[in-house]
Design a protein around this ligand. Structure first.
Ligand code: NI
Length: 191
């Protein structure tokens, strides 16, 4: 196990499209996932994508803490468990978007309000090589969109329609925005 160095915005590995994993059951992928899980726990994040640890492969890990669920969102039946998605594909369900606060371990110290699909279906392969599908909403949907964007070279500020809602976390918490500044519920993520 190892805590990996996290790439920061500006590093080319965060700008490129990551490659598909040819064999999700390969021992080196299992090792990468182990190290990513240790790294995300150490950094106190909700999720991490492989390009953030300088590995340009389509792998993400995340967890969905009960404290971060949207109102009415079903709790994760495996709360506390780390989800591993290899070669994930996202399909939005419906047109509805929700704005919420996000942070990113590759953009340390900042927070911004980002619109995301409220509900989506994703398909991915697990470490056992089996494909699975899930339909999710709220925080789970937000973290999946944030992490999967990393696989396409997209960081959350690139998704922000209003950059006045981007700022240093310290200042944003000192001078909180009114609820009118974001359309809907405010969710939080550090990924
Ligand atoms: Ni991130």
């Amino acid at each position: 196990m190892a805590i990996l160095k996290i790439a920061r915005m500006g590093h080319p590995v965060l700008r490129r499209r990551a490659d598909p994993v040819a064999d999700p059951t390969a021992p080196e992928i299992r090792q990468l996932v182990r190290d990513m899980v240790e790294t995300v726990h150490d950094a106190d994040g909700a999720g991490l994508a492989a390009p953030q640890v300088h590995v340009p492969l389509r792998v993400v890990v995340f967890h969905v803490p009960g404290s971060r669920l949207a109102e009415g969102e079903a709790p994760d039946p495996e709360e506390g468990k780390i989800h591993v998605l290899i070669n994930p594909v996202i399909e939005p369900l419906g047109e509805e978007q929700v704005s919420g606060w996000e942070g990113c371990l590759s953009v340390p110290g900042f927070r911004g309000v980002v619109p995301r699909w409220k509900r989506l279906r994703y398909r991915a392969v697990g470490l056992d090589g089996k494909e699975f599908t899930r339909e999710v909403e709220g925080f789970h949907a937000r973290v999946v969109q944030h992490e999967c964007d990393h696989l396409d070279g997209i960081l959350y500020p690139m998704r922000m329609p209003d950059l006045t809602l981007l700022g240093f976390e310290e200042e944003m918490s000192r001078y909180p925005l009114g609820r009118d500044d974001a359309d809907d519920e405010i969710e939080e993520e550090e990924a």
